[in-house]
Ligand binder design. Sequence first.
Ligand SMILES: [Zn+2]
Length: 105
Amino acid sequence: MTDLLQIISRLESSGGTLTLDWDRVRYRIPPGNPLASSLLDQLRQRREGLAEVLRARGKGLAPCGRPDCAGCYGIGDGGDLHPPKVSVDWLEWLQKWEPGSSKVQ
Ligand SMILES: [Zn+2]
C-alpha cells in the first residue's frame, strides 16, 4: 500500500492524473515524460490496489480509508503518516511534515 501511494503521489507530482471511472482506472500523463511513464508502468502492475485507492479517494476518504485522515503521506522508510482531517491543527501539522524543498505544482 505504501509503495502504491508513493507511486501515485510521484506520478501526480510529475503532472499525471489518475481517475476512476466505475472500476476502470483512467490515466493521463504528460507526453514525453519518462518518469511519468515508468511510474505508470508500475501502477499497471498494481491495478487491483490502485482501483481501491482511487475509490477511497473518490468518496472523500484518504487512500488508507480512515474517515478521519486528511490524506496519507508516505515517509520513505515504509511508514505512512495520517494527518487528522477536521482539526485546527491540521495546517500546522502539514507545515511540520511537508518536505520543505520539494513543493511541486
Ligand atoms: Zn491515511
